[in-house]
Design a protein around this ligand. Structure first.
Ligand code: SF4
Ligand code: SF4
Length: 309
């Protein structure tokens, strides 16, 4: 199989395809993490699949996660598309989407699938930051690589740094622990500052929304990312449905990957911002011994503050 044929096969299922030598990636990855897992397969394919920007607003009964979670869970979508391509290609392969030991963003930079923005996201010339990344290592030696053309960078722009509400972004870096999108996915008791800054049911979109590279991007909608009606999450469902019932009702949504309790914890923070007093009884009832301490600690703080409104 030639590089061109491999690239065309992936182009039928992905918006952006880069092909590099695994060695090129590993040499660079080891400079950042010397213990990075070795891969024997010679070729690395770096894939981008775009997703659309769609803005929904919280109401006093339904809350909204980050819009990258809309539609089917992107981990499964990308993996299925990779498998659909590889089913016709008779070589061994390993694929990864998000949850794997490799450095996807580094691979994206090396293949020029995009450049590394000050908002810590890969920015592609056609899709901006609205693109999921996937990687595939293939046991195949190729005649050539496919490194895309990119001649762009953030330049003097600092919009995302200025807009970041928690100062997680700064010139030359990023403090992950301060990032809303990081800590609102963590099972931990939150500090008062973290409680005050969180505005989302899951994730944070601010540094994508303000990015000028995203103007007129986020338009294309792949069938898997069509709206399903599960973008707005019912507050009462978070209180009243069991984990199992909730998973059944909101199945296949990527905001569910850490379970319902973390969504409910974040929902309490949004309700505090909204000064939403509709659910005081439900909040009181949800603080129980069978809940984890990190949840009860934060829920109690929120309850006490809501009582003072
Ligand atoms: S996701 Fe939100 S909190 Fe995190 S860096 Fe971007 S703007 Fe800041
Ligand atoms: S907002 Fe500006 S600085 Fe931030 S990633 Fe976009 S172009 Fe770069």
């Amino acid at each position: 199989m030639t590089s061109k044929e491999l690239r065309e096969a992936f182009r039928s299922k992905f918006d952006v395809v880069g092909i590099i030598k695994t060695k090129t990636y590993l040499d660079e990855a080891r400079k950042i993490n010397p213990s990075i897992e070795n891969v024997d397969y010679e070729t690395m394919v770096v894939l981008g699949l775009s997703y659309p920007k769609r803005i929904f607003k919280h109401t006093d009964t339904h809350l909204v996660p980050s819009f990258y979670t809309f539609g089917e869970d992107y981990h499964q979508v990308l993996k299925k598309r990779i498998d659909d391509v590889m089913v016709n290609i008779d070589y061994k392969y390993i694929s990864g989407v998000d949850n794997h030991p490799h450095n996807e963003r580094l691979a994206a930079v090396l293949s020029k699938v995009g450049y590394f923005g000050k908002n810590q996201l890969i920015i592609n010339k056609d899709y901006g930051t609205y693109m999921f990344l996937g990687i595939v290592f293939i046991d195949l030696a190729l005649d050539e690589t496919f490194i895309l053309d990119i001649d762009d960078d953030c330049g003097t722009c600092r919009k995302c740094i200025t807009a970041c509400p928690t100062e997680a972004l700064y010139d030359g870096g990023y403090d992950m622990k301060r990032c809303i999108s990081f800590y609102n996915q963590e099972k931990k008791a939150l500090t008062d500052d973290e409680i005050d800054a969180n505005y989302s049911l899951f994730g944070c979109d601010i540094c994508q929304m303000v990015c000028p590279k995203n103007i007129n991007k986020g338009i294309k909608i792949h069938p898997e990312f069509e709206l399903t009606g599960k973008e707005m999450v019912s507050i009462i469902d978070m209180f009243e449905l069991s984990q199992k019932e909730f998973k059944t009702k909101y199945d296949n949504m990527s905001y569910l990957w850490k379970g319902k309790t973390i969504l409910l914890r974040n929902a309490l923070l949004v309700m505090l911002r909204q000064k939403n007093l509709k659910y005081m009884n439900e909040i009181e009832k949800t603080i129980t011994e069978d809940k984890p301490k990190w949840f009860n600690d934060t829920a109690l703080k929120v309850l006490n503050r809501l009582k003072k409104i």
